[in-house]
Design a protein around this ligand. Sequence first.
Ligand SMILES: Nc1ncnc2c1ncn2[C@@H]1O[C@H](COP(=O)(O)OP(=O)(O)OP(=O)(O)O)[C@@H](O)[C@H]1O
Ligand SMILES: [Mg+2]
Length: 237
Amino acid sequence: MLRVENIKHSFKTGNEWTTVLHDINFTVNKGEMVALLGSSGSGKSTMLNLMAGLMKPTEGHIYIAGHDIVQMGENKLAEFRRKHIGFIFQAYELITSLTVRENVELPLVFQSVSPSVRKQKALALLEQVGIPDKADLFPSQLSGGQQQRVSIARSLITEPSVIFADEPTGNLDTRTEEEIIAILLKLNQTLKTTFIVVTHELEVAEQMQRTFSLRDGYLINNPPAAADAKSAEGGTG
Ligand SMILES: Nc1ncnc2c1ncn2[C@@H]1O[C@H](COP(=O)(O)OP(=O)(O)OP(=O)(O)O)[C@@H](O)[C@H]1O
Ligand SMILES: [Mg+2]
């Protein structure tokens, strides 16, 4: 479903180029939930932003559902992202002047979906993330954990193929973190949406199906998927 091939990325600061990702290769299967683990500055957000098509790598290819997003032109990529990619930010990034329900509906406003269908879908998702009673409130009236639930619902409303989450529990206390991770795990199970979750916490990563680890821009841990491991053993299942 997602294939990262020979990705290298360098940033220019002043006259110097610094390479922050070196020859990264990995594959994520449809419906998997994987963690991208690494300490601060290891390149997690850069890798995630490249995979979500928010920036272009210096070298390499990134295939999502068979399409190389690196090769895509700006307009096609924007459309592809709207249809296939969801994103959850550490700081929620909700629009303060819109209600909770309007925030969740927002990605559909740019598509030809009728207001009544939009509303129905948003309310169903708010139910799934456990805050059906908050639909008419504004983000400022919610706790951090509740705001992150809204942003999770928003990321799901277009039924994307893959959702990228950059430290989705980074601003939350431990108990709320556990609740949010439990919601993501449940959504992955029920909706079969592919999730790629950036974290620097081993306890969070351990709950995912696989963990890819970055250190200083190098991928140091690339475990096989459960299905791949089985076939590699040569067992008959
Ligand atoms: N726009 C930029 N210009 C120059 N250097 C950058 C830029 N963005 C990131 N970097 C550098 O790339 C490296 C990786 O940064 P990145 O944000 O991907 O790390 P991270 O693993 O997400 O860290 P954190 O856990 O602190 O969020 C860092 O050394 C950072 O300074
Ligand atoms: Mg980061």
